[in-house]
Ligand binder design. Structure first.
Ligand SMILES: C[S@@+](CC[C@H](N)C(=O)[O-])C[C@H]1O[C@@H](n2cnc3c(N)ncnc32)[C@H](O)[C@@H]1O
Length: 285
């Protein structure tokens, strides 16, 4: 089986926490799920989680979870905003049967599909609908994150991730959910999330016309939306504001964010920016 050595070498310097073996494992698992024809995928008309190759994006993120997040097969995982199983499906091939995976989302159809197609086969994979309001995905939702907590025991997950979820939340929601998710992590647990992060580099890219997304920029703002897109389609946060919110919730960033390609970068991890942070208390390396 061909392992993507080039990729492992390219990324090596960016995540000093992981050894060579973990890097090879990441590429190996991506290879396995990328080619596994037996994993179900939702029909085109059932998908609501964005464009692109459903299976390839899942495989790409499995690799990022392992390579940058240090995800291990025995860890208990919470997938915040799990959609229609794009990340859960590859994880069925990686997590141990004794590890617990929980996916939560505000979209009922996605949760139903995941229960039917994933939980029936993989008993350690559970999916729950949560009724938070979201203008795009659950406009009739009855809850707000500052009123109602995600219903799991504090300190019960080793790895909590959110792919392309904070990019649809406003500033108050992002702040409240980061605080909740930090509380659900065990000491030594990791938070892995994608964002659109605004800093000098991103502003310059937008001004010079290189960025694939253009956000409305005003001085002193902590969040902003993309121009020419419906509200909630693409929300960006000031990079230093996110750093402050993470630190305020006891989460320590593991290095600088891995910058995405959205601001026109040709080198980068994935489309969105990627943040990995740890709740101190236990050295898992
Ligand atoms: C672009 S999709 C990404 C889905 C999934 N994470 C993936 O990468 O395939 C955004 C997801 O965030 C979910 N979402 C939005 N607001 C949420 C909230 N407050 N709590 C949980 N999920 C939310 C949406 O329902 C949708 O499934």
């Amino acid at each position: 089986m061909a392992i993507d050595k080039k990729l492992a070498v390219r990324c090596e310097h960016q995540q000093p926490n992981l050894g060579e073996a973990a890097l090879d494992m990441a590429a190996l698992y991506r290879h396995i799920v990328g080619r596994n024809r037996f994993l179900p995928i939702p029909k085109d008309e059932e998908r609501f989680v964005g464009d692109g190759d459903f299976r390839a994006i899942g495989a790409e993120f499995l690799e990022l979870f392992i390579r940058y997040g240090g995800l291990r097969p025995e860890w208990d995982v919470l997938d915040f905003g799990c959609g229609i199983g794009r990340m859960a499906l590859p994880l069925t091939q990686y997590l141990d049967p004794t590890a617990r995976y929980v996916g939560v989302d505000v979209n009922r159809r996605g949760i139903q599909w995941c229960k039917r197609r994933i939980s029936r086969v993989y008993e350690n994979f559970a999916f729950h609908f949560i009724d938070y309001e979201n203008a795009l995905y659950n406009p009739g939702g009855k809850k707000k994150p500052w009123d109602t907590e995600i219903p799991f025991e504090k300190g019960s997950f080793d790895f909590i991730f959110a792919t392309s979820v904070f990019t649809h939340l406003n500033r108050q929601e992002a702040k409240a959910f980061i605080s909740q998710l930090a509380g659900l992590l065990r000491p030594g647990g990791r938070f892995f999330a994608t964002f659109f992060l605004i800093d000098e580099m991103a502003v310059r890219s937008m001004q010079e016309g290189r960025s694939r997304l253009v956000f409305r920029i005003q001085s002193g703002m902590n969040s902003t939306e993309a121009e020419a897109l419906p509200s909630g389609s693409a929300v960006a946060f000031n990079k230093s504001w996110i750093e402050v919110i993470l630190a305020g919730n006891g989460l320590q960033m593991l290095g600088e964010p891995l910058r995405g390609t959205w601001p026109g970068l040709t080198e980068g991890g994935t489309y969105q920016d990627l943040v990995v942070a740890e709740k101190p208390g236990l050295d898992r390396r």
